[in-house]
Design a protein around this ligand. Structure first.
Ligand code: PXL
Length: 287
């Protein structure tokens, strides 16, 4: 049977809002999410949380403008216009105070039955990003309570459940962390960067008490921004109607391809060259 052709393929045209910073240079946050979600065939609306000249990892002296002041006015306008979204997907936010604003947007601007996808985007490799502190982590716990799907890495998950990030761990340790995240309100979680054996890593897919694992190869010295590429690709697949597991798997395979491609150029230290691989991601979308 031949595959359906456009426009049937997009009969379920969906509108998504993503809330993250604009790092003008750095291949992360909105400069990654917008092209990936668009390539997945979704109408992608943006709410910039902050504007930075670059991201905060590997550059010094970057500029930072928190856009919190604008957010309530933007929300008010959208409410007046009756603008609603099929999903709200959040990433790196501008300040602790902004988290309540984002919760309000989820409540007022998401369609009934919409999907709240939360990437806590605050930490990696055992450490919080420079802009964040424990007050931010505490506020993020309240955003996790809104999540239909949570997309943390292990460090973020551990901060959220108030445990140190372990160097080594068992499946039981990971299950315990996932249960604690569920107790915070995350019904479904895709936990990235979980490695149970040498040379391999993978994602654990937690769905209302049931866990699954997708393992893939581990590439030494990953790149900055892979979490953002993963979250955007996952969200793109999921909002195109793919299952939680398949979305987690396709996004993981895409990130692996992007890292391999990026590492061909050792001078590219600040981000993931995800753009040339977009056709590969698009070809995996299920109609
Ligand atoms: O990739 C996460 C991210 C997003 N935005 C900004 C960052 C980082 C990670 O360092 O600094 C501004």
């Amino acid at each position: 049977m031949s595959r359906p052709k456009y426009p049937e393929i997009l009969k379920d045209y969906r509108r998504i809002l993503t809330v993250q910073d604009i790092s003008c240079v750095g291949q992360c946050s909105l400069t990654v999410a917008l092209p990936i979600l668009s390539a997945c065939g979704l109408e992608t609306c943006i709410l910039p949380s902050a504007v930075l000249s670059t991201h905060t990892a590997g550059f010094t002296g970057y500029t930072f403008r928190d856009l919190s002041e604008d957010i309530p006015k933007i929300e008010e306008h959208w409410c007046r216009e009756g603008i609603k979204f099929d999903a709200v997907y959040t990433g790196y936010l501008g300040s602790t105070g902004q988290i309540d604003m984002v919760k309000s947007i989820i409540h007022s601007c998401m369609k009934e039955g919409g999907v709240a996808i939360i990437d806590p985007a605050m930490a990696d490799n055992g450490k919080l990003y420079p802009a964040f502190d424990l007050a931010y982590v505490e506020a993020m716990r309240s955003l996790v309570a809104e999540a239909d799907i949570l997309l943390p890495n292990l460090t973020e998950a551990c901060f959220l459940v108030d445990e140190p990030t372990p160097e080594t761990y068992s499946e039981e340790d990971i299950d315990r962390i996932l249960e604690k995240l569920a107790a915070l309100g995350a019904k479904k979680t895709v936990l990235t960067g979980i490695s149970y054996r040498k040379g391999k890593t993978g994602v654990v897919i937690y769905d209302d008490g049931k866990t699954d694992y997708y393992e893939h190869k581990k590439i030494a010295n990953g790149c900055h921004g892979t979490g953002d590429v993963y979250a955007a690709a996952f969200t793109g697949c999921f909002m195109r109607g793919m299952s939680l597991y398949n979305s987690a798997m396709v996004a993981a395979d895409y990130v692996v391809k992007c890292i391999e491609y990026t590492q061909r150029d050792p001078s590219h230290f600040y981000g993931v060259k995800f753009e040339p691989l977009l056709p590969a991601l698009m070809s995996e979308l299920e109609p």
